[in-house]
Design a protein around this ligand. Structure first.
Ligand SMILES: Cc1ncc(COP(=O)(O)O)c(C=O)c1O
Ligand SMILES: [Zn+2]
Length: 401
């Protein structure tokens, strides 16, 4: 594994020592990225050396922080060829431990927390990040304090409690949960592992970028559609592409990155539409895709910058379109997706209809979680039985706000 050379602020470029646990840039609150000596790593780390390695995200050990992994077998999830669209692949993250891609980020963050000797971690969560923290903290023997909206999917609460985490249900959104942790963490001695407020969840999530390249034979797709809440995966994959280019594994080409949100909480598409570099707080956020109910992403400036640099787009889809896509994937592809993941199909439909993506473009859709974690939500909205709507919205790629 690689020694992290330094942590770099994504706003002012300051270098910060990784010797002790760090949160965000002390000068400007910028998100910190772990930086490695890739010139040195390149000498002995060729993509061919991955053959035969463990099928987990830790197969990329040379570009991961140097600590003994707290692992439950996360990553190296299937890249399934779509039956319906010949050049579309579905990266099925629902097969991760705790049923979502959140396992990657929390495996890396808890690994480093244990290496630093931290004893108490706290997280505000829309659901799945809490479940993942609870599992990895249990494995590491660390306390987990989880703050979730009180209407979180049932599976998330039951999982967290089963793993022995301390769960606080909050009458509010993830942003309210974050505030409660910020107010209490110093007194309680908690280290805050909120999205992008420590540097290592990105390191776990970036492995999705390595996997996309490896599973497509070291060729990046033309497009990646990513259901975006805090956006850590999108940010992490972009970081991975830069690292792989520096390692000489890929060239300068990049996929068009697409952020999809629900029209009930669409701060990123709104900011994108308005040409802004950061997003406004979204009031009255409401969507059945719990993980997309993030009214203000801490790394909004990074997400919007990546969309722009990649020639991508942000768009919103409605909850009805999400549920239609969820049923469709289940019935046509045999994939029972999380509502957040199904949003990727709903987005692809629009982008395909509008010719943003053509049929011969290779596009990877991220199913970020397992539908099994949302039985209460899916059943409540009649999702398992209802017929697909007679007409679905075709055309304009930006949904209603
Ligand atoms: C299943 C699922 N998909 C997508 C997201 C959004 O992820 P991120 O906050 O990394 O953008 C979440 C967040 O909770 C989630 O649980
Ligand atoms: Zn800074």
């Amino acid at each position: 594994m690689a020694r992290v050379a330094y942590l770099e602020c994504t706003k002012c470029g300051s270098g910060i020592s990784p010797e002790h646990p760090q949160t965000v840039c002390p000068k400007d609150g910028g998100v910190l990225y772990a930086r490695y000596d890739l010139v040195a790593i390149k000498q002995s780390f060729a993509s061919a050396s991955l053959a035969g390695r463990t099928p987990s995200m830790w197969r990329y050990a040379e570009v991961m922080p140097d600590a003994e992994p707290v692992s439950l077998g996360e990553g190296f999830t299937p890249m399934l060829a779509s039956k319906e669209f010949p050049n579309v692949f579905i990266k099925d993250e629902g097969l991760n431990p705790t049923g979502s891609f959140k396992a990657r980020g929390l495996s890396a963050a808890v690994t480093m927390a244990r290496a630093y000797g931290l004893k108490k971690l706290a997280i505000p969560s829309a659901g799945n990040a809490g479940s993942a923290l609870a599992a990895y903290a249990a494995k590491a023997g660390i306390e987990a304090h989880i703050f979730m909206p009180k209407d979180v999917p049932l599976a998330n609460r039951v999982e967290c409690e089963s793993y022995g985490a301390k769960v606080t249900l909050v009458d509010g959104l993830i942003s309210d949960c974050a505030k409660m942790i910020a107010e209490r963490k110093d007194k309680e001695g908690w280290f805050d592992v909120s999205t992008l407020k420590e540097p290592f969840r990105v390191e776990g999530k970036k492995t999705m970028g390595y996997e996309v390249a490896e599973q497509l034979g070291w060729r990046l797709p033309e497009g990646i559609i990513y259901p975006t809440g805090g956006g850590v995966g999108l940010i992490g994959m972009w970081k991975a592409f830069d690292e792989m280019e520096q390692l000489g594994w890929i060239g300068p080409e990049r996929p068009q990155m697409v952020a999809v949100q629900s029209s009930g909480c669409a701060p990123i598409p709104k900011a994108w539409d308005e040409g802004k570099a950061s997003a406004d707080f979204w009031s009255n956020a409401n969507t059945l895709a719990a993980g997309l109910r993030v009214p203000k992403a801490y790394g909004d400036y990074l997400i919007l910058d990546i969309l722009k640099k990649s020639g991508g787009v942000a768009l919103a889809v409605t909850d009805d379109e999400i549920m239609d896509a969820l049923r469709h994937w289940a019935q046509v592809e045999g994939i029972f997706a999380a509502p957040e993941g199904a949003a990727a199909l709903a987005a692809y439909r629009k982008l395909h209809d509008s010719l943003f993506f053509e049929s011969d473009d290779t596009v990877v859709l991220f199913n970020t979680g397992a539908g099994l974690k949302y039985l209460d939500i899916i059943d409540r909205c009649g999702g398992s039985k209802k017929e697909p709507p007679a007409s679905r919205q075709i055309g304009g790629i930006i949904g209603p706000y």
